[in-house]
Design a protein around this ligand. Sequence first.
Ligand SMILES: NC(=O)c1ccc[n+]([C@@H]2O[C@H](COP(=O)([O-])OP(=O)(O)OC[C@H]3O[C@@H](n4cnc5c(N)ncnc54)[C@H](OP(=O)(O)O)[C@@H]3O)[C@@H](O)[C@H]2O)c1
Length: 285
Amino acid sequence: MPRTVHVNIHELFQASPVVRLADSGKNCLKHGSLQGRIALVTGASAGIGLAIAKTLAQKGVTVIACARNTDTLLALNRDGEIPKGTKIHVIKTDLTKEQEVLALYKEIAAQHGKLDILINNAGMGGKGTLLDGDFEEWKNLVDLNILALTLSTREAVKLIDGKSTNGHIINVNSIVGHRVPNMPSAHFYTGTKHMVTALTEGLRKTLQSKNIRVTSVSPGAVETEFAERALGKDPEASAMVKAYFAKAKALEAQDIADAVVYALSVPAHVNIDELTITPTQQVTL
Ligand SMILES: NC(=O)c1ccc[n+]([C@@H]2O[C@H](COP(=O)([O-])OP(=O)(O)OC[C@H]3O[C@@H](n4cnc5c(N)ncnc54)[C@H](OP(=O)(O)O)[C@@H]3O)[C@@H](O)[C@H]2O)c1
């Protein structure tokens, strides 16, 4: 039976001794320290990925971060938001291009020789319904949300040492990866995230023998650039999303980064299969 954790984010971080200890810097868990691990975060130039990259760097992880635009990541290195003497290794990558993904991993192998953690975060939504959607948009969603995640995972596993207990793949999924909301413009996206659920579970079963842990992190509404990117500059749609997020008191990207740290910090014999995190006030979709 999969071990599934459905949590209210605020309860999680107030009640969990694992997180309390990790956050207070007195992490006494045998395998809880993230110090010295090497992680790749995809889609790290904005939103959830940026928060994860920054937070892992602050916890002593060597972070490699990729996206198509690298300005925000390079600014993190300049602006003193990560500990002195550390830097985020930024690699400009369009994850929908196979050759760029292969080049990314070649560079990681050359620079670092190995990888411990892969955070498959890059993802996008769309605006078309299943009846009026645009073929190119559907292809983009498949390329990024499914194919890039799968290709990246295949390449990452080659660099993860199965003899250590540090290997961990986290897929940033969504609550719509587990249910189908009554929201027509989200239905194609919903299909891609259902595939992420299936891929994550398949990977977990495949990678058990290699001692690599696999986790799905499924957020509800998070205040990021996601909706604006999906809906474009449509002022009406944008106003509706803003109102919904305000009513739901949407999560912050940092809430998801904290959940990722939690999943990575539990002892080596524990695999968090699924972490579902929703705003306390979010109406069930
Ligand atoms: N926000 C939410 O409410 C929410 C809820 C549930 C799940 N999620 C999931 O959370 C993940 C992160 O979303 P977010 O909310 O942080 O969105 P976001 O603010 O729009 O950030 C998306 C990130 O993906 C990167 N990206 C997009 N296309 C890319 C490409 N072709 N190659 C490389 N990187 C690419 C973007 O960087 P560049 O543009 O610089 O390439 C950016 O860093 C996604 O998987 C999303 O499905 C979000």
